[in-house]
Write a protein that binds this ligand. Sequence first.
Ligand SMILES: *[C@@H]1O[C@H](CO)[C@@H](O)[C@H](O)[C@H]1NC(C)=O
Ligand SMILES: *[C@@H]1O[C@H](CO)[C@@H](O)[C@H](O)[C@H]1NC(C)=O
Ligand SMILES: *[C@@H]1O[C@H](CO)[C@@H](O)[C@H](O)[C@H]1NC(C)=O
Ligand SMILES: *[C@@H]1O[C@H](CO)[C@@H](O)[C@H](O)[C@H]1NC(C)=O
Ligand SMILES: *[C@@H]1O[C@H](CO)[C@@H](O)[C@H](O)[C@H]1NC(C)=O
Ligand SMILES: *[C@@H]1O[C@H](CO)[C@@H](O)[C@H](O)[C@H]1NC(C)=O
Ligand SMILES: *[C@@H]1O[C@H](CO)[C@@H](O)[C@H](O)[C@H]1NC(C)=O
Ligand SMILES: *[C@@H]1O[C@H](CO)[C@@H](O)[C@H](O)[C@H]1NC(C)=O
Length: 493
Amino acid sequence: MFYSFCLLSRMFYVHILMFLCCRSQDVPFFPVTSSGSALFVVASNFISNQSFTADFSTVKPGCSVVSTETVGNYNLLRDNFQKQCSWTVNPQLMKGSVLLKLESVNLCPKETVTLYQGLSESGTIKLATLTNKDNKKVVPLFSSPAKSGIKVVVNQNGANCSQNTTSKTVISAYYSIKAKDCTGILSTPNGEITSPEFPNQYPLNSRCTWKTPLLNKKVFYFSLNQMQLNNIHYLNISMLKNSTPKQLVSYTGKTLPPDFLVSLINKTVIVNFDATSNGLGKKITTTDQGFDMSYRYLDCGGYFTQSTGKFGIPKASTANTECIWIVKLPKTGANQTTNIVSFNLTSSSMAAVKKNVVIRDGGSVRDNMLIFNTTKDGVKSILSRTNFLWVKYTFKKEDSNMAASGFTFNLEYKTYNWKCNGVDDCGDNTDEQNCAKGGETKEEGVKVYIVVIVALLCFAIGVVLTIILPAIYKRIRYPNYSQLKDMMEPSVA
Ligand SMILES: *[C@@H]1O[C@H](CO)[C@@H](O)[C@H](O)[C@H]1NC(C)=O
Ligand SMILES: *[C@@H]1O[C@H](CO)[C@@H](O)[C@H](O)[C@H]1NC(C)=O
Ligand SMILES: *[C@@H]1O[C@H](CO)[C@@H](O)[C@H](O)[C@H]1NC(C)=O
Ligand SMILES: *[C@@H]1O[C@H](CO)[C@@H](O)[C@H](O)[C@H]1NC(C)=O
Ligand SMILES: *[C@@H]1O[C@H](CO)[C@@H](O)[C@H](O)[C@H]1NC(C)=O
Ligand SMILES: *[C@@H]1O[C@H](CO)[C@@H](O)[C@H](O)[C@H]1NC(C)=O
Ligand SMILES: *[C@@H]1O[C@H](CO)[C@@H](O)[C@H](O)[C@H]1NC(C)=O
Ligand SMILES: *[C@@H]1O[C@H](CO)[C@@H](O)[C@H](O)[C@H]1NC(C)=O
């Protein structure tokens, strides 16, 4: 049930333009154009009564072009533009993606350029439609899976403006193949993943998927180093447990989020980058720089989201160990900034804590380290500045001193309400002002308020007495005097 045919272009130094090997039903039909004035078709392996039909017609050079190489370009001259022209990019590869760049677009009113993922009349996804409004715009790169290809269709739609434009080209574009997909298994113990083309702008219609392998590590951790996404494009993290996917978090926009931790026990974690959007096909969507993320697999760690809690290394490690914990207090207060973390830390060796435990004032490795003095018995009542605390413990087997000492540590935290707690936490008492129960400060505030109002009222009365009243008086006595406004000007200047 298979047949094949190939199309050879140019008689003498023959090269294969297209080799199709298709099941008779689902052939993707699309126009094939030779690069010269001859086309040679070979059909073979037909059995019994199988058949095919094809039409041919003469086209102006450069109007309808088929490209199958790993790079190519298209330059449609206005002189060659007949009703509809198209560029078919069909690299015939199973892996990788096509990156297409529209370099210049010079359309007249009514004319359109439409980009599709896929080549056949059906089964294509419309990526964008450009009109003459897009003539001067910088159009982002477009991406499409190499196995689907890209089709660019230029339509006159009845416009005839050969006399009206000075530009000789209608559109010019080029493409290249990116052999590697932005998809894979995160198999190294730690690494970095980025959006396609990072640090340049990511192509529209990019789609990437990375998965964690089955490992004997317990926790998957990542931190975003950069994130600049158009807010209709997403970086989604989901997990697959008993083959049921569940979205854990979805990032977009430009605000870097806190670091992320998730248990890996009996789970696969999936990182998805999704730069497709419902806007595609309607108008051009802009892209941005994308993201850059560092990940690692950890032996222990996790979130603490209760208002109090404790964690640590209760039993000395013997193997290489790396753990990260993130305390994330429930937020309260006007700007959700009222709660901070207060913690006490004890350890078998505070010297080893200095070397092997890092505590950051925030929810990310990007945040500053918390500076505090240690005593032999540990540290007490250390305050963070945010409602987050980031704690990392690293143990290396080679570190024989530490292994011998049987290092353990314990961190106990609680929520600290620094506003209106009767303690001058800020040093200038600002955290204790305007408190509902702290009567004195509140009354003082009201008094200041009243003083201001009284001062304003006195000023207003003064203005009425000194300027407006004499003016009205003059206006009544000398009616042909000019306007009230003029009277006031000297006193303003
Ligand atoms: C081809 O032959 C088969 C049986 O030999 C027949 O069923 C089918 O209708 C034929 N198709 C055409 C297009 O003639
Ligand atoms: C477009 O206009 C030019 C002159 O204005 C004319 O020669 C040409 O035939 C027209 N083309 C079509 C397709 O109408
Ligand atoms: C050509 O330009 C003239 C004047 O700017 C305009 O009136 C006319 O509609 C244009 N023709 C086309 C086909 O765009
Ligand atoms: C990512 O998450 C957003 C928002 O929840 C959703 O609209 C989008 O479809 C998701 N994309 C993928 C590929 O899961
Ligand atoms: C993980 O899966 C294994 C095998 O299916 C099972 O024995 C084990 O209890 C599971 N662990 C957890 C924490 O669910
Ligand atoms: C909350 O934030 C706004 C704007 O950033 C600020 O004006 C206001 O004073 C803040 N309120 C408190 C209680 O910090
Ligand atoms: C640490 O101790 C030194 C000397 O006792 C003191 O000057 C410094 O302010 C302390 N630092 C902190 C963060 O408490
Ligand atoms: C830390 O120690 C101090 C003094 O012993 C105690 O008042 C405080 O409640 C402790 N904090 C935590 C979080 O356990």
